[in-house]
Design a binder for this molecule. Structure first.
Ligand SMILES: [Zn+2]
Length: 283
């Protein structure tokens, strides 16, 4: 049987849909999946509901909670562009020390705790924390302002589908492609060199301390201590315009370069047709 629950709890600001359902499950003393099945009898797990909620599912969950389908969708990532999906983690990976509700048995999960483009809490503005060390904080401090601009660009793209001349989430992923450094590194550790290092040179230095770097356009969620470099890279490209993408092509070779050109050519070519940048003169 489906239908309106006798008691419903309001969602917290920014709460994730699965968290809201889990808190109801806790209240009624059932498993989260049983709770979800009250509205969606055919559901087999709670996991996919945040990312791949359909309109029909949102409508039925809305009936169960006596809420609007729009509210239910806003708790999920159903309306996020496809480019955002790889930046959304499966579980909470960062917390705000100021906003965390300590003491509760079941911590609510906020949408922003899954967002791989965030470095600050959207509710209070404080820097996020995760389990990684904070060595990068010092190295990347000159990029702090650019990183905050990049965070806003990516957030506007992911949450409100706002693109400037470039799709920020796609550019962020491309910046994690490998580049060919020149002169070639003595240690031949070519894996350390990413396009991002051509824009944010301190990123290369940070990677010299790493023994591995398992991040790529397919796995673009960086640990918090080096994430500001990626956000700053997006902001710097946004300001510099298409010629900077053209410059990055020069740092690549072979199949890798072809993939980058195919992904960015539509952004680069119109700009080159306009000719060199205009010099504005003050009269
Ligand atoms: Zn906060």
């Amino acid at each position: 049987m489906t239908g309106l629950l006798p008691v419903t709890l309001p969602p917290l600001p920014g709460e994730l849909l699965s968290s809201w359902i889990s808190r109801h499950a806790d209240f009624y003393g059932v498993t989260p999946l049983t709770m979800l099945r009250h509205g969606l009898p055919e559901a087999t797990s709670l996991g996919p509901i945040d990312l791949s909620l359909t309109k029909a599912q949102a409508n039925r969950i809305a009936v169960m909670f006596g809420a609007s389908p729009k509210l239910v969708r806003s708790l999920s990532f159903a309306d996020a562009p496809k480019a955002a999906h790889r930046f959304i983690s499966k579980g909470p990976m960062q917390r705000c020390a100021c906003c965390t509700h300590s003491g509760a048995d079941l911590l609510p999960v906020l949408r922003s705790e899954l967002q791989g483009w965030r470095i600050t809490c959207p509710h209070c503005g404080e820097p996020y924390q995760d389990k990684t060390t904070s060595d990068g904080d010092r190295t990347l401090s000159p990029y702090r302002a650019a990183a905050r601009r990049g965070e806003a660009l990516l957030d506007n793209h992911a949450e409100r589908r706002v693109e400037t001349w470039l799709p920020p989430l796609e550019i962020a992923r491309l910046l994690l492609m490998r580049r060919i450094p020149w002169p070639p590194p003595r240690d031949c550790d070519f894996w350390r060199y990413r396009l991002l290092g051509a824009i944010v040179p301190d990123f290369d230095d940070l990677l010299t301390k790493e023994t591995a770097f398992p991040f790529s356009p397919k796995h673009p969620i960086l640990p918090l201590h080096i994430r500001p470099a990626l956000l700053a890279g997006v902001a710097i490209i946004d300001r510099a315009g298409p010629p900077m993408l053209k410059m990055l092509q020069g740092h690549m070779m072979g199949e890798n370069k072809n993939r980058f050109v195919m992904a960015t050519d539509h952004l680069v070519t119109p700009a080159l047709e306009w000719g060199p940048p205009q010099q504005f003169q003050l009269i």
